[in-house]
Design a binder for this molecule. Structure first.
Ligand SMILES: Cc1ncc(COP(=O)(O)O)c(C=O)c1O
Length: 462
């Protein structure tokens, strides 16, 4: 059967764009073709993707952060194989499964003060569960979230989304959800004063923008929540499991949240999974007696494949020292990028922690650059970042992304296991590509014209 699937992939992969145009999201196909990302990948391993011409691509996107341990890690593969070959009785439902118990035990042991876990199938479902648990346990309706926040795209987490592009037209969203300024303790304190707030849901480092908070923001925010009877919920779907150089990003600031939300990297990139890690008293309030045992859950959430992949992934993170590697190599990359920034006028800031890194650009203080930047921005705000992302891919075979809507920011989310060779490749490529943008009228700015025309055509058609 496995061979038949591989034959199918080989035979029909030439049709993948047509299939997606016809049956799935054709707009994505158009984006890939417009920016020249339309490669045919045939294999993936560790930090690299390989195309049908045998070219290797360094993957700094990591499937939006799911491949923390690298792609196709053999230990996670072996764990999944053993579940299938062992014919384990997964999802009996009127039973409790040992693998879920073990993964909960392992995850909770990495936290301070959290004693219970609820598994989900994704990050957004973890957020939905957190909203429900916070409202039930506090008997309050209000949920606070930040400008530019991203917590997922189902209705509840969309109600906590800080960017209008995602929300527009999907309302009415959840009532009693309130946006506050990011990194602003006064705004939080004002919002908490109503005493109707169940929870403040916050990413320790915002994914859209890689916005790192001020040093005392999260600790003080947690204190204010506690003082005002609200729960402090750290959405670590992206930042968790070692990505920022600590197991949980809140550890950078010694914060002990009432809930930690996890997903993405938890199954090594194989099986949809998520988790809410929470205090016993919150859990006990929701699941307070036998009648309430099924008040929250989902059919697939504790499935054996996800649980086994989660356990194997935690083993890999621990045995390969990936948290420490993310800290060491990640901080090295950030230091090198900052050194480039000091030489390149168009880089406004390099920010991030560990393997979550961003470069923010700004127009240079010279007429030609400012004018060219303005033309790009008129077509689509922040489009300059594509002048870095596209050649990083086409010239250097490094896959990255622009970050957040309307922001001239390039973001890297490398697998946690990359080493010095990748660090050097990234830094050389960034320096080269950013250097090229200094030549107004060069090939990169011709690309800019093409992208600007495509953006304007899209706007005209919409
Ligand atoms: C911080 C954060 N929370 C929640 C989510 C939603 O996770 P999922 O895509 O698994 O639903 C994401 C996804 O990017 C995220 O970055």
């Amino acid at each position: 059967m496995a061979r038949e699937i591989l034959d199918l992939v080989r035979e029909r992969s030439g049709e993948r764009f047509q299939l997606h145009e016809r049956f799935l999201n054709g707009q994505l196909v158009r984006v890939l073709q417009t920016i020249g990302f339309d490669r045919r990948y045939v294999r993936a391993s560790g930090a690299y993707l390989y195309d049908d011409a045998g070219q290797a691509y360094l993957d700094l996107l990591s499937g939006f952060g799911v491949f923390g341990v690298g792609r196709n890690h053999p230990r996670v593969v072996a764990a999944l194989r053993s579940v299938l070959e062992g014919e384990l009785p997964s999802m009996v439902q009127m039973d409790v499964e040992v693998l879920a118990g073990i993964l909960a035990e392992r995850l909770l042991a990495t936290t301070q003060g959290l004693e219970k876990a609820v598994f989900t199938n994704s990050g957004t479902e973890a957020v939905e569960a957190a909203i429900k648990f916070a409202r039930y346990a506090t008997k309050r309706p209000g949920i606070l979230y930040c400008d530019h926040a991203f917590h997922g795209l189902t209705q509840g987490s969309l109600s906590l989304n800080g960017d209008e592009i995602f929300r527009e037209g999907f309302g009415p969203l959840l009532p009693d959800t309130h946006r506050i300024a990011w990194n602003d303790l006064e705004a939080l304190e004002r919002a908490l004063r109503s005493h109707s707030v169940a929870a403040f849901v916050v990413e320790p480092i915002q994914g859209h923008g890689v916005n790192v908070p001020g040093d005392d923001y999260l600790r003080e925010a947690a204190r204010l929540c506690r003082q005002n009877g609200a729960l402090f919920v750290a959405d670590e779907v992206q930042t968790g499991l070692g990505r920022t150089g600590r197991m949980w990003a809140v550890e950078h600031w010694s914060v002990e949240p009432d809930m930690i939300l996890s997903a993405k990297a938890l199954s090594g990139g194989f099986v949809p999974v998520g988790a809410v890690l929470l205090r016993r008293r919150t859990f006990d309030a929701v699941f307070s007696n036998m009648v309430r045992a099924p008040v929250h859950g989902s059919t697939f959430s504790k499935n054996a494949l996800a649980m086994a992949a989660g356990i194997a992934t935690l083993d890999v993170i621990e045995d390969e020292g990936l948290v420490e590697n993310a800290a060491k190599v990640g901080e090295g990359i950030l230091a090198d990028l900052r050194a480039i920034a000091s030489q390149r006028a168009c880089i406004r800031e390099v920010r991030g922690k560990g393997m979550m890194q961003a470069i923010e650009f700004a127009p240079e203080d010279r007429l030609g650059h400012k004018a060219a930047w303005k033309v790009l921005d008129a077509a689509q705000k922040g489009l300059f970042a594509q002048l870095v992302v596209v050649p990083l891919f086409q010239k250097h075979r490094i896959l990255s992304q622009t970050c957040g809507h309307d922001q001239p920011v390039v973001k890297f989310l490398p697998p946690l296991m990359i080493g010095d060779a990748e660090r050097q490749a990234i830094v050389r490529a960034v320096d080269d590509v950013v250097g090229d943008t200094e030549q107004i009228g060069g090939a990169i700015w011709n690309l800019g014209k093409t992208l600007a025309r495509a953006a304007l055509r899209t706007r005209a058609g919409s």
